[in-house]
Ligand binder design. Structure first.
Ligand code: ATP
Ligand code: MG
Length: 445
């Protein structure tokens, strides 16, 4: 992408309304624009990252055998009356009336609708287990939308729903999601600590929240240092092996970790030795629930069991805050100059900087580099704009692409580009024809 033809409305100064770093950088980097309180447009750069995060989430859901579908954002109030949640949900639910005076709502979550979909399509235990998910916009009329897309009113969520014949199978479905979440966040460079959670208005028996550490997090968290120091990246797993999946869950829940609502100081002290009792603040990026027959009973989602009896299915629901993750990643990966995207979610792989646009030899070298890098499979943002070098450097640092390839008249004379690693700040001069291989090799190591 040529920057001169792109839409990247960056800001030089900090916007006053932004209280936290991720919000500030997202606005300054031209990723989002507020349309009303807690409601944002996703500008091209922000949308690229959102899509990458969404794809990682999708790939890891698919790997477990979950099946993607897409439900509407607008729902009818009827099914919510059947489950009894229409009145419980309160003011967070945005209620709408259509031209025929039918009561509708903008979905804050989808337990009712998915249970109805499942019910219409499944008759026998032989069709189980099934896990259906979608990645769709939600609306919750939060009292205090804040921190940009971190606590929005409209936000993108991945929500999955599992259906099983009995409690034991449902626990395996829950465990699979637990492991999938660890893998999902790890691929984005995050350690999201699973913490036993209160089940809140969705209700249920077993529940964990996944929190990443950040000073600006809304919850206070308490955990064992040994848990944080575990290997969070090595989850090659056979999801059909119940024992193996349960073992990973056991490993990650054996050590103390709790949010303030669930924290018990005495337990903390008795189960974790002195120097290893850590506390801090966390951002909730995922939440999983096992709630048994809470929705299947009132909504009549039954199947025929092996004895020919009609039984209500056991369910769970599993949410990932897809849009919130952008903020979470920025909170945990930035410096004073801007964002530092982990390469897996970066909007482009490489920023190519032409330090002297209009100079024939520099333009030609950059053009060739641009083409060459793209031919090698990289997604490149080519800064071909007529700005001074200083402005280009700060803009590139701000938007946080993992690699910068810098070419000016001096480099053209020597046949070399300067390559900067955004994360480490390391710079190296590399011959033009070796640039693609250099970056590919560093990315692989
Ligand atoms: P919170 O406690 O932060 O209000 P929640 O417990 O109400 O969240 P869930 O129903 O568990 O949220 O939703 C699943 C995930 O969706 C959350 O873990 C979070 O990452 C994300 N999420 C929830 N509310 C918002 C919001 N207002 N803006 C952005 N993401 C959100
Ligand atoms: Mg929650």
């Amino acid at each position: 992408m040529r920057l001169s033809k792109y839409f990247l409305p960056t800001l030089k100064d900090d916007p006053k309304e932004a209280e936290i770093i991720s919000h500030r950088f997202m606005l300054r980097a031209g990723m989002i624009r507020q349309e009303s309180a807690g409601i944002y447009s996703w500008l091209p750069l922000g949308l690229r990252v959102l899509r990458k995060i969404e794809n990682i989430v999708r790939e890891e859901q698919n790997r477990t055998g979950a099946v993607e579908l897409l439900m509407p954002t607008i729902q009818s109030a009827d099914i919510w009356r059947k489950s009894g949640r229409y009145d419980d949900y309160g003011k967070e639910m945005l209620r709408i009336t259509d031209r025929h005076d039918r009561e509708m709502l903008y979905g804050p979550t989808n337990e009712e609708m998915i249970t109805d979909i499942f019910k219409a399509g499944t008759q026998s235990y032989k069709d189980l287990p099934i896990n259906l998910y979608h990645i769709q916009w939600k609306f919750r009329d939060e009292v205090r939308p804040r921190f940009g897309i971190m606590r929005g009113r409209e936000f993108l969520m991945k929500d999955a729903y599992s259906f099983d014949l009995n409690q034991e199978d449902a626990q395996h479905s829950y465990n699979k999601m637990f492991v999938a979440y660890l893998r999902t966040y790890a691929r984005m460079g995050l350690k999201a600590i699973p913490m036993r959670a209160d089940t809140g208005p969705i209700g249920g028996e077993n529940s964990h929240e996944f929190l990443i550490l950040a000073d600006t997090g809304e919850s206070e968290v308490f955990f064992d240092k040994d848990l944080y120091d575990m290997d969070w990246t090595n989850f090659e797993i056979d999801y059909d092996n119940k024992g193996d999946v349960a073992d990973v869950v056991k490993d990650f829940t054996a050590k103390y970790a709790a949010t303030e609502e669930m924290h018990n100081e005495d337990d903390f002290k008795s189960s974790v030795e002195e120097g290893k009792r850590l506390s801090g603040r966390g951002i909730e990026v995922g939440h999983i629930f096992l709630f048994g027959t809470k929705y299947s009973e009132p909504l009549g989602a039954v199947v025929q069991d092996p004895d020919g009896k009609q039984v209500a299915v056991h369910s769970g629901s599993y949410g990932v805050g897809v849009s919130r993750l952008l903020g979470g990643i920025i909170e945990s990966s930035h410096d004073e100059n801007g964002i530092i995207w982990p390469k897996e979610v970066a909007p482009f792989d490489i920023g190519l900087l032409n330090l002297k646009t209009g100079d024939e030899a520099t333009d030609a070298a950059c053009q060739e580099m641009y083409k060459g890098l793209q031919d090698s499979g990289f997604d490149v943002l080519y800064d071909d704009k007529d700005d001074r070098a200083g402005a280009k450097f700060s803009r590139m640092d701000l938007i946080g692409l993992p690699w910068q390839v810098i070419i000016g008249p001096r480099g053209v004379k020597n046949g070399q580009a300067e390559i900067k690693n955004r994360k480490t700040g390391e710079r190296e001069d590399v011959a033009f024809d070796k640039v693609a291989a250099y970056i590919a090799e560093k990315n692989a190591s």
